[in-house]
Design a protein around this ligand. Structure first.
Ligand code: GTP
Ligand code: MG
Length: 325
């Protein structure tokens, strides 16, 4: 049986740092975007700024292991961490070796850490919407740092660059070279490159990335992405990676680019929400099935009418939208 929760009550408990209340609120926003409005009305007097870090890379590159190690270091610095892992096969949800899973569990029971695993699809309004709303909850909860782990980079459905302030792109030896990554559009998005699994090599990857960065003409921003090597299984190199992350944060803050990143993030959110809401209206109210059938049948005989028909349909829809607005 589905249990109903009183949102106001949950928000009160959330403000007392009740992790169960946090978990329930996350479930609510995850499953029902409409509940977000009510939730954030109750939380609007909580002010906090979390620093949002994205960790991305191909499957199996070591994202979850690294996220765990980074979290350990960040809590050692006295900060709290909210993790969002968009990855059905993460150790959190049971995809990797048992050893990893046990280590992750240890971290996530730390009072300053909260972890949420999301499937990579199936959310109303998309994964980005869910990630954005959960980040807002983490901010309101007072998390100093939010870590987002995802395989997706530069996809239209999910764009980590628009959700995080510092994006770490991970690569590993024997998992394809940097040229392939560049072709796939992965390479441009990084603020920091991490060549993981350094115990298996990777020096050549570092050279390739450095050469690519030398060639890149788009580095007018004043930040040349550093290339770090880690072994996230043993923890080697994690200190340096974290140092680079804080350097990037400082760079964004000093240059005021952080404002641009934050604005971008909201623009992305606003556009996605509007498109989602308008799409729902369209699907629910404006497309009359009979009309669609007629139109489509007509096209069976007169297929070159398609653009004229589309234009007519668009004008009708546009008119109805204006009327409804
Ligand atoms: N040798 C070596 N293995 C590593 C290293 N980092 C992670 N691994 C192993 O690589 C495997 C995949 O690690 P994960 O952290 O699950 O990788 P992931 O990128 O999160 O994988 P997906 O979530 O499935 O995309 C695990 O067996 C890890 O123990 C490393 O630095 N060196
Ligand atoms: Mg993972």
């Amino acid at each position: 049986m589905k249990k109903e929760y009183n949102i106001e009550d949950l928000c009160q408990r959330f403000k007392q740092k009740d992790k169960i209340a946090l978990a329930r609120l996350i479930t609510l926003v995850e499953n029902n975007p409409n509940s977000a409005e009510e939730i954030f009305t109750h939380l609007n007097n909580t002010s906090n700024e979390s620093y949002i870090i994205g960790v991305t890379g191909s499957p199996g590159v070591g994202k979850s292991t690294l996220t765990g190690k980074l979290t350990e270091k960040i809590i050692e610095e006295g900060k709290s961490v909210g993790i969002i892992s968009i990855d059905p096969s993460s150790p959190f949800s049971g995809g990797a070796f048992l050893g990893d899973r046990v280590r992750m569990k240890e971290i996530t029971i730390h009072p300053n850490v909260f972890m949420r695993s999301l499937a990579s699809r199936g959310y109303k309004g998309g994964v980005s919407r869910a990630v954005f709303d959960i980040s807002l909850l983490y901010e309101a909860y007072g998390m100093d740092v939010i870590l987002i782990e995802t395989v997706g980079v530069g996809q239209s459905e999910f764009d980590i660059y628009n959700l995080a302030y510092t994006v770490v792109v991970m690569l590993a030896p024997n998992m394809g070279d940097a040229i392939q990554m560049q072709k796939a559009g992965i390479i441009e998005t990084a603020d920091i490159y991490d060549v993981n699994k350094k115990d298996l090599g990777g020096e050549d990857l570092v050279v390739q990335i450095e050469m690519m960065l030398d060639d890149a003409t788009s580095s007018q921003s004043g930040w040349r992405p550093p290339v770090v090597m880690t072994n996230s299984a043993s923890g080697e190199g994690i200190d340096i990676l974290l140092e680079k992350i804080w350097d990037h944060k400082e760079y964004l803050e000093l240059s005021e680019l952080i404002k641009t990143r934050k604005t971008q993030r909201y623009i992305y959110k606003i556009k996605a929400s509007m498109i989602d809401r308008i799409e729902s209206i369209l699907l629910k109210n404006l497309f009359n099935n009979e009309e669609l059938d007629d139109l489509a049948s007509n096209l069976l005989d007169n297929q070159f009418d398609i653009y004229r028909n589309l234009e007519e349909m668009f004008n009708k829809v546009h008119f109805s939208l204006k009327k409804d607005a």
